[in-house]
Design a protein around this ligand. Structure first.
Ligand code: TNX
Length: 494
């Protein structure tokens, strides 16, 4: 029976992979995940043992090592090795043991993700062919942004998204938590935001929102899986949900009507209203309080009617509020037209805009996160016949989502200013998890490889052959996906 080669399946492609001779490592009743006593390593070991148990139908235990010792027969050993970089790992699968060494728990998690991808069903259990992998990512920020404002996606859906992300070594979940159509995170200092704007959504569909407790639970669930949550409150445009909840934010003092259409660019804050700055301080303070991560996203996109001076004042107010709460600022690329502080993360999205301010911001110390609309906007239709999605940035077939280089998008950027890659999925047309997954899969796997794998190791034909094996996995997980005609999905993995 021909076994699938490990080479044919791994996404993202690792830097070095050598297949070794010998019989496969099989999960049995004597398999144990062994680990040191650091809390992050232990949480990872427990999760790994759970996954191996579920897949193999055998109970895999966790064993703690008080002192560092080499892997014994039967072990899946997780070892922290300070000689390796934080996200770097080494995976060795031998017939009788597995060893994963990494510079930190994040690196160990990367190694586990690779191990799980090289496993396959064998004789009623799960097995991995002997292999040696040495690997580390090109980019530190490998993200997915999900718009939970146009249509609401709650904790259950987002746990599925987080699971999928961690399998592809994506480590940032950016949540677009507010927009014209709805407000999705409870803000204790401004309860009206979710009370009055939590239940609306595009087309009058049901809305919803995260209580602070639900949000914190999701953040913790994601953290164990190596995914940091970056919350976005979009200002100074895209704010009708806020104006509907608090009339003091409008010049007339009257709240606006709720909005359930999908136009952009009509709502805005006002720098001169006395309520505006305290609103920003309260909201970003409360958002920061439920965010253990370093970053809070202030939005900043698409406010075409505002004069540049007022726009810059409002971006500065929001940025100051974020920094006062101890967090670093992330914003859409338009904020680069204002003076941004060094270290600010500027998110490129619209290739139609003049790149000069981005280059200037990067030269002044900003870091760039690459989300090009025509490659990484996974709410774009695959082709003209895709029933879901939008088309403003064109159609994005799988190959389009794969064949691009993030550091080459904006000419003239200083070396090292690109910190990463983020896919986005906007939900004007997407209702429910199946719609979301149909747009994400298979393209999310492509963007994940762009974010992880060096350019010289990426090859479309090779990717297409590997991704073909993932369809069966998505089916097994019950995930909806789009069978792109660019791939021969009919691979036999038995
Ligand atoms: C542009 S990306 C937007 C969103 C839309 C999206 C639809 C960005 C910063 N703004 O408001 O939902 O296009 O693809």
């Amino acid at each position: 029976m021909p076994a699938p080669t490990t080479r044919s399946r791994l996404i993202p492609a690792p830097r070095l992979l050598q297949e070794r001779p010998g019989e496969p490592f099989v999960v049995t009743a004597s398999t144990a995940v062994t680990v040191g006593t650091g809390s992050a390593e232990v949480a990872l070991a427990v999760l790994t043992a759970e996954t191996l148990s579920r897949w193999s139908g055998t109970t895999v235990e966790v064993r703690y090592r008080e002192v560092a010792e080499p892997a014994q027969a039967g072990d899946v050993a997780l070892l922290v090795d300070p000689a390796l970089g934080a996200e770097q790992y080494r995976l060795d699968v031998a017939t009788d043991r597995v060893e994963i060494a990494a510079g930190s728990p994040d690196g160990l998690r990367n190694g586990v993700a690779t191990l799980l991808q090289v496993m396959h069903p064998l004789d009623g259990s799960f097995a991995a062919w002997p292999v040696h992998v040495e690997d580390e990512p090109v980019h530190a920020w490998r993200g997915l942004s999900v718009d939970v404002a146009r249509h609401f996606f709650g904790p259950e859906d987002l746990r599925v998204v987080v699971g999928l992300m961690s399998g592809y070594k994506l480590n940032v979940l950016h949540l677009h938590l507010s927009d014209d159509q709805g407000w999705r995170l409870q803000i204790p200092s401004r309860p009206g935001l979710t009370e009055r704007s939590g239940s609306t959504a595009v087309d009058g569909d049901p809305g919803g929102y995260f209580t602070t407790e639900e949000f914190e639970a999701l953040v913790a669930y994601a953290a164990v899986r190596g995914v940091r949550v970056v919350p976005e409150i979009d200002v100074p445009g895209h704010v009708n949900a806020a104006l509907h909840a608090y009339g003091e934010l409008t010049p007339s003092g009257e709240p606006t009507e709720e909005y359930t259409g999908i136009d952009v660019g009509f709502s805005r804050l006002h720098a001169d209203l006395p309520a505006t700055e305290p609103f920003l301080r309260d909201v970003f303070g409360d958002v920061a309080a439920v965010t253990p991560g370093e970053y809070v996203h202030i939005g900043g996109d698409e406010v075409p009617t505002m004069d540049p001076g007022e726009y810059a004042r409002l971006v500065a107010m929001a940025s100051d509020a974020v920094r006062a709460a101890g967090k670093q600022v992330v914003g859409w690329q338009e904020i680069a037209t204002t003076p941004v502080e060094p270290g600010t993360v500027v998110q490129f999205w619209d290739p139609r805009m003049d790149p000069a301010p981005l280059v200037a911001a990067a030269k002044a110390g900003a870091r760039l996160l690459m989300s090009p609309g025509s490659r990484a906007y996974l709410d774009m239709k695959y082709d003209a016949s895709t029933p879901l999605g939008l088309e403003w940035a064109g159609h994005i077939e799988l190959r389009d989502a794969y064949e691009w280089e993030p550091t080459a998008l904006v000419p003239g950027l200083p070396e090292g200013s690109v910190i990463g890659v983020e896919a986005t999925v906007w939900t004007e047309t997407l209702r429910g998890l199946d719609d979301l997954m149909t747009m994400l899969l298979p393209r999310l796997a492509a963007v994940a490889e762009v974010a992880w794998t060096p350019r010289e190791r990426r090859d479309w034909d090779d990717f297409a052959a590997r991704v073909a094996a993932h369809g069966a996995y998505w089916d097994a997980e019950g995930l909806a996906w789009y069978p792109s005609p660019q791939v021969d999905w009919a691979v036999d993995l038995t």
